[in-house]
Design a protein around this ligand. Structure first.
Ligand SMILES: Cc1cc2nc3c(=O)[nH]c(=O)nc-3n(C[C@H](O)[C@H](O)[C@H](O)COP(=O)(O)OP(=O)(O)OC[C@H]3O[C@@H](n4cnc5c(N)ncnc54)[C@H](O)[C@@H]3O)c2cc1C
Length: 384
């Protein structure tokens, strides 16, 4: 059964940061677009994320294509959030604060020197700071720290402000959002997609193009032909949200240390994260993880012990076999991927939207898209 209320140029499956960014940019190009979200907007992994925009702190020399994607996206952020704030009429929570990477002892300092050398070889902007220089920037740091790297270009955004801003911008641009709407399968006719089928009643939504943006759950959507599938698995992260009853000021930059990070929101709220665990789709919060996160952070930032705990949560990073996402068109006409963003979906939202929209309207894909070609997984499977 199909009627005009069920017919769109583009259907986006999943209303997290990625699906919403893609849909907003799609609507701006004059295509009719619907976001189909089984729960509430942003209630998946995007709800849990810290929101660090940290391609340089997270650079891994063996993952340079991913680094290029991250650098491209972080460079897009200032204009992206400015345009979004204007389009949505609300603050997306972007904080240009910079990042410090910290070493507490000799071993960590040696490791940090290696991290510095890697970044210098790659030509990335990083400064080496003595302990006293780091404490001059962030006076709440413990006296015992050994060494720090300052990364002035790695910032942070609050995903819980970014998501509603994207949703509002999408609606104001003429896009449609349907929450409480689970997609069971994509419908492929011959070698071209023609829509999706809903889980509740099997009703079909006609769409000339479909974007799969269902995060770590994308693999559960039926009907994707073998040559267009992407292997995904969850990597669990436990994270804590806190606030300072005394207001902002304890910490102004993101702190990254071995085993975790503390990110300020700029208003006295902080996030402390995060574990990396292979535990399937489990999202329980464990005492041991909370203990370890607090122990490491309080050693470095003693004032953290005075903060009030607001929330403990766990989320599932959508990981692929090579840690890079799957973004763009597939071998099936009209079927596009925007998933597998692992640790960087908030960071990669702007570049993901640009790549997907270029694919949807048939323009050449921007340069870093090659690293994210979904076609590289044809024939690859993983056990979850
Ligand atoms: C602890 C933690 C910390 C993190 N910190 C950072 C960080 O600092 N910086 C960063 O860039 N990234 C971070 N990440 C990673 C980031 O959260 C993810 O990469 C990003 O949120 C992925 O966004 P998404 O839109 O693809 O997925 P999601 O936010 O999970 O959205 C997918 C949506 O699809 C919906 N859905 C699923 N199946 C269906 C279906 N069949 N039909 C309809 N809807 C469906 C879900 O309900 C969900 O809302 C962190 C992750 C964790 C767990």
């Amino acid at each position: 059964v199909s009627d005009s209320s069920r017919t769109f140029d583009v259907a986006v499956v999943g209303g997290g940061v990625i699906g919403l960014a893609v849909a907003w940019r799609t609507a701006q190009r004059g295509l009719s677009v619907v976001v189909l979200e089984r729960g509430e907007l942003g209630a998946g992994t995007s709800h849990v994320a810290a929101g660090m925009l940290a391609p340089i702190a997270e650079a891994v020399p063996t993952e340079q294509p991913l680094l290029r994607l991250g650098l491209a996206s972080v460079g897009m952020y200032p204009a992206f959030v400015a345009e979004l704030a204007e389009a949505a009429g609300r603050d997306p929570g972007y904080l240009e604060c910079g990042t410090l990477m910290i070493a507490r002892d000799r071993d960590e300092a040696e490791a940090l020197e290696r991290q510095l050398a890697i970044r210098q070889e790659l030509g990335l902007p990083v400064a080496r700071l003595r302990a006293s220089e780091a404490r001059a920037l962030e006076p709440a740091l413990a006296p015992g720290l050994r060494l720090a790297l300052e990364i002035p270009g790695d910032h942070v955004i609050d995903p819980r402000l970014l998501v509603p801003a994207l949703g509002e911008a999408l609606s104001r641009t003429g896009g449609e959002v349907r929450t409480g709407t689970e997609v069971a399968s994509v419908i492929v006719d011959g070698d071209h997609v023609r829509g999706v089928a809903l889980a509740s009643d099997g009703a079909e939504i006609d769409a000339g193009q479909v974007v799969i943006a269902a995060g770590v759950w994308s693999g559960a959507i039926d009907g994707v032909p073998d040559g267009a599938r992407v292997p995904l698995h969850p990597v669990k992260g436990q994270i804590m949200r806190l606030h300072d009853p005394a207001g902002p000021g304890l910490l102004t930059r993101v702190l990254r240390m071995q085993g975790g990070y503390v990110a300020p929101r700029g208003d006295g709220r902080y996030v402390l994260g995060a574990t990396m665990e292979e535990r399937g789709f489990d999202t329980t919060v464990t005492a041991g993880a909370v203990f370890e996160l607090l122990r490491d952070a309080i050693e470095l930032l003693p004032g953290l012990g005075e903060l009030v705990i607001d929330e403990l949560s766990a989320g599932l990073r959508p990981a692929t076999p090579d840690n890079a996402p799957a973004i763009g068109p597939t071998a099936v006409g009209g079927l596009h991927w925007a998933a597998g963003h692992y640790r960087g979906g908030i960071l990669l939202a702007p570049i993901t939207a640009s790549i997907v929209v270029a694919g949807l309207v048939g323009e050449p894909l921007p340069e870093p898209a090659a690293a994210a070609d979904p076609g590289r997984f044809a024939g690859v499977t993983v056990d979850v």
